[in-house]
Design a protein around this ligand. Structure first.
Ligand SMILES: Cc1cc2nc3c(=O)[nH]c(=O)nc-3n(C[C@H](O)[C@H](O)[C@H](O)COP(=O)(O)OP(=O)(O)OC[C@H]3O[C@@H](n4cnc5c(N)ncnc54)[C@H](O)[C@@H]3O)c2cc1C
Length: 376
């Protein structure tokens, strides 16, 4: 029997595995895919995550971005330096996630990939997890199975608080020009943006919406195709992958009997930028501390995880939610008074790098947006 079974070997699950194993707890990490596995993702990662680990990420940083280039409806182009102490990392998710898993294995985590969790039951003092192979047992369970995973539902979390979004991505391999520049286009999609993030050997090009309409489906592929053409990429010749996004939309209970939700299973994605890797890693870090505390006998440790996530992540993402609401309601205005201002970019980059909390910049941004509305 393991101290903890973690379902899902993305950034959230691998981080929880790493930190629990490091604390001497026995961990089984279940992953349905064969590792390394592809995950549709831009692969933009905040360098802040380095401070939560004691190993070097350099082997899996494909590019480092120091500048951004924005456009609105493919016009009105502006380019500016990020101006942060550290550049933003660009990673390939198959490499990045597998690297994290290997670090966890080095600390003692047992990995079973190509093993799908198919059901769970709590019996007396432990979880029985049915899998596509043998059943397994653990005292604690972490749901780290991402936006599409079933474990939160199995645990009884039927109406999780979240905004449902979606994105489509393609990763053409070709020689990269200006690998230090990330590209964003804000006018081709309602409630979202189109991106082109450089990698050492190609790009991640994609489009995402951060609020799905219940009434009409959205064409994410055409905006991505139109934008990609600028970079001499014909997306009809590349593989495209769609994926849902579970965006933060309020604090919620993230624990139940001997179990925690982490990462996108806990809807931690930033509702303004759709950044999910850093918050997923953060949740994995905090979940490991909580389960370690519970094993050590603290009866309030799991509830403490819910509270920590609200106090340390929710308090910040609340501001991101306010900004998303104001910006995506009037993106043309937001582009003119917010994005195009070098100060705006510098502040957002500092938020992305963990140098500033959202609260420090959103009030300014909202003032500028309402000032812009008055002068329009
Ligand atoms: C197109 C797109 C672009 C994005 N771009 C960025 C970006 O540039 N930067 C950023 O920070 N965020 C980005 N995100 C968000 C980010 O990818 C996610 O928030 C992040 O991957 C969530 O991590 P996770 O560990 O919670 O889940 P995941 O990374 O989704 O991992 C979950 C794992 O669980 C496994 N699993 C699922 N069900 C089972 C089961 N039953 N049994 C066993 N294993 C199972 C899956 O195979 C998967 O490996 C993007 C998202 C999308 C869709």
């Amino acid at each position: 029997m393991f101290d903890c079974i973690i379902v899902g070997a993305g950034p959230a699950g691998a981080t929880a595995a790493y930190h629990l194993s490091r604390r001497g707890r026995s961990v089984l990490l279940l992953e349905k895919a064969a590792l390394p596995r592809y995950k549709p993702c831009g692969g933009g990662v905040s360098p802040q995550v380095a401070q939560w680990f004691d190993f070097d990420f350099e082997p899996v940083i494909s590019q480092k971005v120091t500048r951004v280039r924005y456009s609105y409806k493919m016009q009105d182009i502006v380019e500016t330096d990020l101006g942060t102490a550290e550049p933003i990392w660009m990673v390939r998710r198959d490499e990045f996630d597998h690297y994290l898993v290997k670090q966890a294995q080095r600390q003692g985590t047992t990995l079973q990939d190509e093993t799908k969790a198919t059901g769970i039951a709590f019996e007396r003092d432990r979880w029985q997890v049915q899998t596509s192979r043998e059943p397994v047992q653990g005292r604690y369970l972490i749901a780290a199975d991402g936006a599409r995973g079933p474990v939160a539902r199995w645990l009884g979390f039927r109406n999780r608080v979240m905004t449902q979004g979606g994105a489509v991505e393609t990763e053409p391999r070709l020689p990269v020009m200006e690998g230090h520049i990330a590209h964003f286009e804000f006018g081709l999609l309602k409630n979202g943006y189109v991106w082109n993030f450089p990698k050492a050997d190609g790009y991640s090009i994609g489009s995402g919406v951060f609020r799905l309409s219940k009434r009409k489906s959205r064409d994410l592929v055409q905006p991505m195709a139109d934008y990609a053409a600028q970079f001499q990429v014909d997306v009809s010749m590349t593989q495209q992958h769609g994926h849902p996004l579970c965006l933060w939309n309020g604090d919620q209970v993230l624990h139940s009997q001997n179990a925690l939700l982490v990462g996108e299973a806990a809807s931690v994605v930033d509702p303004f930028t759709a950044e999910g890797i850093r918050p997923s890693i953060f949740s994995g870090l905090k979940a490991a501390a909580a389960i370690d505390g519970a094993i050590a006998g603290d009866p309030n440790a799991l509830e403490g995880y819910t509270q920590t996530m609200a106090a340390e992540l929710g308090s910040d993402l609340r501001w991101a939610g306010r900004l998303a609401k104001a910006f995506y309601a009037a993106p043309g205005l937001g582009y003119r008074v917010g994005i195009k201002s070098p100060k705006g970019t510098a502040l957002m980059a500092q938020v992305l790098c963990g140098e500033l909390p959202y609260s420090a910049v959103v009030q300014r941004a909202l003032r500028r947006l309402s000032g812009g509305l008055l002068t329009r």
